[in-house]
Design a protein around this ligand. Structure first.
Ligand code: IMP
Length: 173
């Protein structure tokens, strides 16, 4: 499963990230938001996003386990490690690479909600709505993608392809 086709070019991604940054700046300037990146998939997206935000903010990361390996979700989610600071009273924006079944992010939003942030929003680069199993509200969305397994720009297949600067769809062989 290594043949792939281009879904989003670097230019398209740049434009999408710039649009998301403008939306987040409009809503969070002066509020010192806490952006929480979901590892590992959001590491490139979050890095590009925050460099477009020209006001005070803070960054944390959380790692979740959902997909062991391959392309199918196990349906079980765990939070690995913990945040470096409390979310209580904070304006929190979760930054995720892709919302697929929604199981992972629904779990994380609930996990954070129970810690009483002042506000809690979700920013996702990609949405694969055809596969949704649980409802998820995406407040800031980059792109909707078809029901294909995608890699690149942080997203992996068995830990490969994260470094590609574009988003590609893997072809079944
Ligand atoms: P969900 O729980 O099914 O929504 O899956 C969410 C997580 O699975 C994402 O944060 C990704 O890490 C991973 N994932 C889902 N779909 C893809 C894909 O097409 N490519 C790479 N990773 C994916």
């Amino acid at each position: 499963m290594t043949r792939r086709s281009l879904l989003l070019s670097q230019q398209e991604i740049n434009q999408g990230v710039a649009r998301l940054a403008a939306e987040i700046a409009r809503d969070y300037r002066g509020k010192n938001p806490l952006l929480i990146g979901v590892l590992k998939g959001s590491f490139i997206f979050l890095s590009d996003l925050v460099r477009r935000l020209d006001f005070p903010l803070e960054v944390e990361f959380l790692q979740l386990s959902s997909y062991g390996s391959g392309t199918q979700s196990s349906g079980r989610v765990r939070v690995l490690g913990r945040l470096g600071q409390p979310v209580k009273g904070r304006e929190v924006v979760v930054v995720e690479d892709i919302v697929d079944t929604g199981i992972t992010i629904a779990f994380l939003m609930d996990y954070l909600h129970r810690r009483h942030p002042r506000s809690l929003k979700l920013c996702a680069l990609l949405d694969k709505p055809e596969r949704r199993q649980v409802p998820v509200k995406i407040d800031y969305l980059g792109f909707t993608v078809p029901d294909r397994f995608v890699v690149g720009y942080g997203l992996d297949y068995n830990e490969q392809f994260r470094h590609l600067p574009e988003v590609w769809a893997l072809e079944e062989e």
